[in-house]
Design a protein around this ligand. Sequence first.
Ligand code: HEM
Length: 216
Amino acid sequence: MMPWRSWLKLGVFLLSFYPAGVMFYKVYRAYVGLPVDLGPDPPQTLALETGQWAIRFLVIGLWITPARYLFNAPSLWQYRRMIGLYALFYVVLHFWVFLFFILQLSFADLGQEIVQRPYIMLGFLALVLLLPLGLTSFQAAQRKLGRNWKRLHRLVYVINILAVLHVVWIVRSSYADAVLYGSLVTFALLYRLLRSQVEAVRKFHLLMVLKGADKK
Ligand code: HEM
């Protein structure tokens, strides 16, 4: 029988796919001419929805490490790759909605949008940086890249900052999302900074103790 941890993982996998599944279903209904609730501007609704899920998964991915230590829950570690890949999946969907439904697959318009609208450029940069992380998220790549894997995957901090700036730039009436995601990313970065400082001090103390013991 499958152990409960595997069931839980499958549950998280399916739950994470659910918003995309609903969107695919709605697009399918609209495509075959069935009534569907996608608001007055369906492409915009889809762009906002996919964008929201993209940033949610990015921020959840960023918080897995701090949460693992803060709540002493090492099992959270096993969800890191899945959540990261879902972030990439929703960012790609978001980009696809923009390119396919809003720009009607015009690559010339895409180039112009990227150059002329800074928030599109930031989002696009975040997507471009996220791609190598997704491609190297597997164990074989991890083994091959060795220490560089960790260095490369530190890009998630930059990606999250770019994503927050992208959202802050778009804000029209409510700042709630920008404040929420901005604070979550800031606190995760501060936590990481603080932890690395504490670890450095600990290492320094250990070194001093060992040196002292050596002299004796
Ligand atoms: C990490 C990458 C990205 C994340 C996390 C992200 C997230 C978001 C979010 C949360 C929104 C909704 C903001 C709101 O509710 O007002 C949004 C809107 C938008 N995003 Fe992104 N985005 C990303 C990349 C991109 C890319 C690559 C493009 C296109 C090249 C793009 C184009 C847009 C557009 C056009 C909107 C506004 C839709 C509208 O109001 O009509 N985004 N994005």
